[in-house]
Each structure stands twice: as C-alpha cells, then as structure tokens.
Design a protein around this ligand. Structure first.
Ligand code: SF4
Length: 452
C-alpha cells in the first residue's frame, strides 16, 4: 500500500463519529467471533448492510502502520481495515469508492488508550488519497453506546435493544461451547455444532430482531441447547473450573489470545470467560452512578439546572441498565433451566465487592474494576484458578495484576497472568501446564474437603 500526506486534523472530528449507515457498507472488525456475526445480523435486520471483516490476515499491515507502542488490539484492527480495503480495491478496481464504507471503531472516554484508536486509524486512512472517504463510525461509552444518528431516530432504541440481545446470545453460545467442549463424545463435535448454532442464531436475529420478537429467537436457542447437551459424554468426570478476566478484546479474540481457552482445555480445564455483556452493562452502570453523583451535588448546592440535567441522565441510563439486566436475567433463566451454564456477574454486586474488600473503586473506572471484583467473585464461587488475559502493557490489566496476584496468593487459588502481543512466547504452554497442575491440586483439595 502506498501512502501520501495527511491532509488536516479537522478530519479527526469530521470523519470520526456517528454517521447515518443507510446506503453504506458497515464494516465490523472481529473481536468476539460469534458476537460480531450476531451483531452484524441484528444490524442487517434493520436494513443496514453490515459486514464482518476477516481478522489477523492483515496483521503485517497493522504492524507496518503502527510504531509498536500502540496497544495490540489497535494493531490488529488497523491491519484488518487496511487489508479489507486493499482487497476491496483489487476486487472493484475503478468502481472502488471509499465513500461507500463506514468502519466501526467504538471508543471509551479514557483514562486509557482506547479513546485514541479511531483517531490514530483516521490519520492512517487519511494518508491514502483514495481512502479518505471511509468514515469511522464511533460509538462511545460516554453516552452508554447510544445509537442515535446512525439510523432513523424512531428506530435507534430498537436497534440498540436488538444489538444488546445479539451480545447476550453470543455470550450464551460461548458458555455453551465451554460447557460441552471439555466433555464432548468426539473431538471436534462441539466446535462443529457451535458453528451451525451461530448460523441459526444469525438467521433468527436477522428475521426477528427488528420486530423485537425475542421469544421466537429464545425458542430456537432452547432447541440449540437441547441439541448441544447430547454432545456431552456423561462418563467424562468433571474438571477443574478456571475463570478468565482481563482486557475485553484480547480475552475474547481467539487469534489474539492464541486460543488460550483451548490450550487450558487441553490441560484439563473447564473454562468460563468474563462476558461481553458485562462491559455493556458496566458502561450503563457507570454513567448511572455518575448521574446520581451529579444530581446529589446539584441538590447540595440547590442548583436546579444541573439537577434537571442529571435527573434526565438518571432516567436514561437507569432505564438502559434496567432493560439490559432484565433481558439478561430472562435469557439466563431460560437457558439455565436446561443446562447449568455459569451465570453472569451483576454490576451492583461487583461494585459492592470492591467496597466491601476495599480493593479498588468504580470511581477510578476501566476494566480493572470488573476484573478485580470478578476474580473475587470467582474465588467465592469455588473456581480452581483464575487467568488474567490482556495485551502486553495494557494499563487496566496491569493494575489488575498488581492487586490480584497477592490476593490470590492469600486465598491459595492458582493465578496466571497471560499478556499477549503478536509474538509467540516459547514458555507459554509450560506456564499454562504448571498452572493447570496447581488448579488440579486445588480441585482435588476442595473435593476431599466436601467429602469429609
Ligand atoms: S484497555 Fe488496555 S489494551 Fe485497551 S486501550 Fe486501554 S491500555 Fe490499551
């Protein structure tokens, strides 16, 4: 790829933000494989031409256009968009028009670098004369990932609900996979099955998501779960339970974490990864907390303007949170009546854990609050080990490490830090193997205690 000069920095505000997606190709980078396919299907149900891009095929391009100091997810997604556009240019030749595409790259308001990926990627795209027309569609955690402005106003809330529902479904399919794969009757059965299940859920979401006919989708999901249960071999004894926390992109992106869950399973684990819905709920919960604090402050000072402003936000974010948790409870209740999938963590409960243990604080923000509290929750639920998965140098995950390591040591629960970049660490498998040996000892110790 040949690049020219950057035009101007105005582009960072003009060409990054919320754009009308009608008549555009909406490009979604892969993070959580099942999740992005279901999310794209939900968008297609609303008439948006959403496409999931291949991932990691353009990693060399990602590395070429970054300095090495950026976070690993930034390198991967930069490579994904450059690779996609390069192939699209080859495919369409003269007919290629960059104005037709919107690349999806959400952000959070800090304090770490996630707010800068899309700005940096804008600079890269602007350095190619024929890619300047590609818009970067950015949703932000500052407004709880509101979708207003990308579709007709009257449909934006429904799209958000269908989008959230797609994330819930993908979390459940993942949990189903991790529940059945370690006990499958024949190697490969669970993976083949989940691939089919994902396609069934994609079709259902595309068909029923926009109508909010979630019951029809639930019915299909129940059929899938009943079929999935048949893959479990009842003769295989139960295995040590390992919980994963960490940075959302790398812990859910199978190529980025070099398929860590499969590696843990190879050494005898049953694994649960923290969910994607947890992060979406967290953004609504955090905005809700901020709004409550703002309202209290306004009340103290008897200032009606800020009080009115924050009250509106309390209602808005409180409503989002209530709706999300209601849907989540409903979904887990239905599936858990069929199979013992792990429940998801409640945000208020995670917040209370941090307060109770005085370990960290939601006021500081970032995923560290979720990871640290999530680790304590895993410990309380009797997990046999915890792995913290993150991009090399990730700020919130480094904080998690500093707090979790001594804590796990005290609780005598095996703990492993698993940082990733694009290199392969020769000692990784040995570290996982040793960790699993310790987890197995913990598992046996607990089993003996229960028998006594
Ligand atoms: S969470 Fe970690 S990987 Fe993600 S932007 Fe922040 S520092 Fe980078």
């Amino acid at each position: 790829m040949e690049s020219g000069k950057i035009i101007d920095f105005q582009s960072l505000t003009e060409n990054v933000g919320r754009f009308d997606l009608r008549n555009k190709v909406f490009l979604i980078p892969q993070m959580h494989r099942i999740g992005v396919h279901l999310l794209a299907a939900a968008f297609r149900g609303f008439g948006i031409n959403a496409r999931v891009m291949d991932t990691c095929k353009g990693l060399d391009l990602g590395k070429e256009y970054t300095s090495g100091k950026e976070c690993y997810p930034c390198q991967i997604t930069t490579g994904d968009i450059l690779y996609f556009l390069e192939k699209e240019r080859e495919r369409l030749g003269e007919g290629f028009n960059s104005e037709n595409y919107v690349f999806f790259m959400p952000e959070s308001g800090g304090p770490c670098r996630f707010g800068m990926y899309n700005k940096y990627q804008r600079i890269i795209l602007d350095s190619f004369s024929d890619l300047r027309g590609v818009k970067i569609g950015s949703l932000t955690s500052r407004d709880g990932y509101s979708l207003e402005g990308i579709i007709e106003k009257r449909r934006a809330r429904d799209l958000r609900k269908a989008g959230y529902f797609s994330i819930l479904l993908s979390d459940i399919l993942d949990r189903l996979l991790w529940k059945i794969r370690p006990y499958e009757k024949r190697t490969g059965m669970a993976d083949e099955f989940i691939e089919r299940a994902m396609q069934i859920m994609e079709d259902s979401l595309e068909k029923y998501g926009a109508k909010k006919d979630f019951d029809k989708i639930f019915d299909k999901l129940e059929e899938i779960i009943n079929e999935g249960k048949k893959i479990i071999d009842p003769e295989v004894p139960s295995k040590p339970l390992i919980g994963i926390v960490g940075e959302i992109y790398v812990r859910t992106h199978v190529q980025a974490n070099q398929d860590l869950i499969r590696l843990l399973e190879k050494y005898g684990a049953e694994v649960i990864n923290a969910s994607v819905a947890e992060w979406i709920n967290y953004t609504a919960y955090d905005r809700f907390r901020e709004a409550k604090a703002g309202f209290r402050f306004g009340l103290k000072q008897l200032r009606p303007g800020p009080m009115k402003y924050y009250l509106k936000r309390i209602v808005g974010f409180g409503g989002d949170l209530f709706y999300q948790e209601f849907r989540q409870n409903q979904a887990y209740k239905r599936v858990r009546s069929l199979i013992g999938l792990a429940k998801d963590h409640k945000l208020a409960c995670l917040d209370n854990i941090l307060k109770e243990k005085d370990l960290f604080c939601f006021d500081v923000g970032t995923e560290a609050c979720l990871s640290i509290a999530g680790i304590v929750e895993y410990a309380r639920e009797g997990y046999n080990g915890v792995v913290n998965v993150y991009p090399f140098t990730c700020m919130p995950s480094t904080i998690t490490t500093a707090i979790a390591k001594p804590l796990m040591n005290k609780l005598r629960i095996p703990y492993l830090d698993a940082p990733y970049d694009s290199s392969f660490q020769p000692g990784r498998e040995a570290a996982v193997r040793t960790f699993m040996y310790q987890a197995y000892q913990h598992f046996e110790r607990n089993r003996r205690k229960k028998r006594v």
